[in-house]
Write a protein that binds this ligand. Structure first.
Ligand code: G1P
Length: 274
């Protein structure tokens, strides 16, 4: 078996962000900041640090701010240069040089599976990564599944699996957002996937599932029947920043880790009375 390097990542960013209304009424959910960086920048930086060069963002109406964020900003750069703000200038420049960006619009909100299909023509026949920017990972290069609380299973794709090695599972089935009774385990898919191009013809045939959307989980379920599929159990810290409480937790965590603010923020938190 030879392994092929994954050089492209799809970042779906066309969702309406209803869980964060009214904040997301006129601005993309993906641009919500954790301390001082928008959520989507964490996803892009994670992909780049894993060796990915090409980032395909699936966008939709009202998502232009994402394109502007990763583009050159001539006026801003000139302004920072004139006012001698060298450090900020370098940071702003670095963002536009992170990767090769490509944007594809998903015209109808038909679900995650459909969003991935929108990039089929840019992927060709290679394996590729999918990164869901809602999920933020701290300190871990490992991708895969994460054990969630029983009351949380209905928010995720859940796998049925057999142990296949240290923290490695062979996936035998997947169910999108099952009830606690239906859930075959508490192992949730946490928005990091490496997929073969063979997923595209399967997605094309996948009918709408949960919430009447074309679910990536359903296509993976079909694929798992015909070819082996594995999941790695993550043991790092992970937050679902697509959820208000998860977002607050991630903000606190990133705030504490911030080199400029961490100490003062920790001091402030310790002084809070509950
Ligand atoms: C999506 C996937 C789900 C996965 C989750 C991870 O759901 O459909 O299988 O577990 O992301 O965050 P969404 O959060 O888009 O509803």
């Amino acid at each position: 078996m030879h392994s092929r390097k994954v050089s492209k990542a799809i970042i779906p960013a066309a969702g309406l962000g209803t869980r964060f209304l009214p904040a997301t009424k006129a601005s993309p959910k993906e641009m919500l900041p954790l301390v001082d960086k928008p959520l989507i920048q964490y996803a892009v930086e994670e992909a780049v640090s894993a060796g990915i060069q090409d980032i395909i963002v699936i966008t939709g109406r009202g998502k232009r701010a994402i394109e502007d964020h990763f583009d050159l900003s001539f006026e801003l750069e000139e302004n920072l240069k004139e006012s001698g703000k060298e450090k900020l200038l370098n940071e702003i420049r670095r963002i536009s040089e992170l990767a090769n960006f490509c944007y594809v619009r998903q015209r109808h909100a038909r679900g995650l599976g459909d969003a991935i299909l929108c990039a089929q023509h840019l992927i060709g026949n290679e394996p590729f990564a999918v990164i869901l920017g809602d999920e933020v990972l701290l300190n871990t290069p490992i991708r895969g599944v994460y054990e969630v609380e029983a009351e949380e299973v209905s928010r995720y794709g859940i796998i049925a699996a057999e142990p296949a090695g240290p923290r490695l599972f062979k996936v035998t089935d997947l169910i999108e957002k099952p009830s606690l009774q239906e859930a075959p385990s508490r192992l949730a898919v946490i928005g990091r996937y490496i997929l073969p191009a063979a997923i595209f013809p399967v997605l094309e045939k996948t009918p709408p599932g949960k919430n009447q959307e074309i679910q990536l989980t359903d296509a993976l379920r079909a694929l798992a029947r015909s070819s082996p599929m594995h999941a790695l159990l993550m043991n790092g810290i992970r937050h679902d920043a697509g959820d208000k409480l998860g977002f607050l937790k991630a903000t606190v965590e990133f705030g504490l880790k911030n080199p400029e603010l961490g100490d003062r923020f920790a001091h402030y938190l310790k002084g809070l009375k509950f």
